[in-house]
Design a protein around this ligand. Sequence first.
Ligand SMILES: CC(=O)SCCNC(=O)CCNC(=O)[C@H](O)C(C)(C)COP(=O)(O)OP(=O)(O)OC[C@H]1O[C@@H](n2cnc3c(N)ncnc32)[C@H](O)[C@@H]1OP(=O)(O)O
Length: 426
Amino acid sequence: MTLRPDLDVRPVTEAEHPAWIRTLHTGFLRPPKVSAAEVAGRGAALASSRTLGAFDAGAPRVGGAAPVVATFRSFDQELTAVGGTPVPANAITNVSVAATHRRRGLLTRMMTQDLAAAKERGDVVATLIAAEYPIYGRYGFGPAAWAAQWTVDVPRAGLDPRWSGPEGGGRIDLADGAEVRRTGPGLHERLRRVQPGAVSRGERWWRIATGELRVSDEPWTEPFHAVYRSADGTVEGLVTYDCDDTWGDAKQPQNTLRVRDLVAVTPAAERALWHYLCSVDWITSVRSGWRAPDDLLPLLLPDPRAAGIVTQADFLWVRILDVRRALETRTCEGRGALVLDVADPAGLAGGRLLLDASPEGVSCTPTTRSADLALEVGELAALWLGDESAVRLAALGRVREERAGAARKADALLRTSRRAWCPDIF
Ligand SMILES: CC(=O)SCCNC(=O)CCNC(=O)[C@H](O)C(C)(C)COP(=O)(O)OP(=O)(O)OC[C@H]1O[C@@H](n2cnc3c(N)ncnc32)[C@H](O)[C@@H]1OP(=O)(O)O
């Protein structure tokens, strides 16, 4: 790795936004052009001292300035812990380093700077959606919530073709973007209060999802929105989807419906919305979008084999910055005490801590007692949302039992009955 003193990492100014966006597009292999509309659409999100750029003073100047050769941005977010309490999170996004400047330590510089600032602010975790698995473990991140995507072969699913709506008095109605902006945020707030791994959505998220705010020059396709209401009229579910227009030579419909977002706060709403999506005439295939790996979807179908997993992968990565607060914020179903020896080579978190957990509450205090389980902070992140098994990590040699049976005990305390899920890419 060649470290170069003429590579300056610093917050970008408003005048530098167009160059910064162009570098981001280049890094993400999108056409390297930027319109005034895109600069305006992204402006509010970029206007922060947490929008970093790397500038190469040794490169030919572009418009009289050193070119932007790397991008990085973080923003305030809340991440729901097991039990439903949110923790303050430093959400990291828009990470790119120009191919001409790769492997010179630019990502490491930007990440180190940003994580130190997040720790200083008092954020409990940092979060990101990783483009590639091998990038972020070195910075103490661990894959904390996985996701799966299904394709449903609708004709094979065995659903009753006469179905005309939900049972039990509930109803489904189509909605427009304005209604989604009114009802969606409240519904999503209900979801994230109970869904470990869910992250907060600001008003901007809803404006982008409904096409009111454009942050890219890609053509916008207006989606369909459908709302589920229970028998008493309460909104309990919302789905946003689009469809293609494909017909076979024998004049048979072969259309695919793609779910962009499905939020349901009751099992009845979730069941009804999936049933609805798989019952839209002309649709022969439904793409589920990113769901929890234990989503209800396949088992809702009379023939679950009609739902094939097309992708199953790590999704939300978490970097714990404050082990004590992270553990004390979550709940535990089990009861017991465990001494964790948490190693953090970056020195941001870690130490030896006594986890004392019961359904009544969790305490986590520094201790000098001998350790039961030794692990790195990234492994703890994978365990923290309850999605990973300490027994599994021990078998992989990634956590070490200092006392026989400690991994099984950790699982009894930390694992959850349903898996963590992050519905959002950010
Ligand atoms: C949250 C998000 O935004 S995810 C999107 C991430 N962006 C992308 O994937 C876009 C394309 N890729 C890139 O822009 C860059 O290659 C980046 C951002 C992934 C890496 O930036 P770089 O400046 O090259 O990383 P840097 O030089 O700091 O590398 C640090 C270490 O990570 C390793 N590393 C970096 N990227 C990768 C990778 N994709 N796969 C494996 N190892 C990697 C380096 O080899 C180096 O290892 P070392 O410490 O053992 O020497």
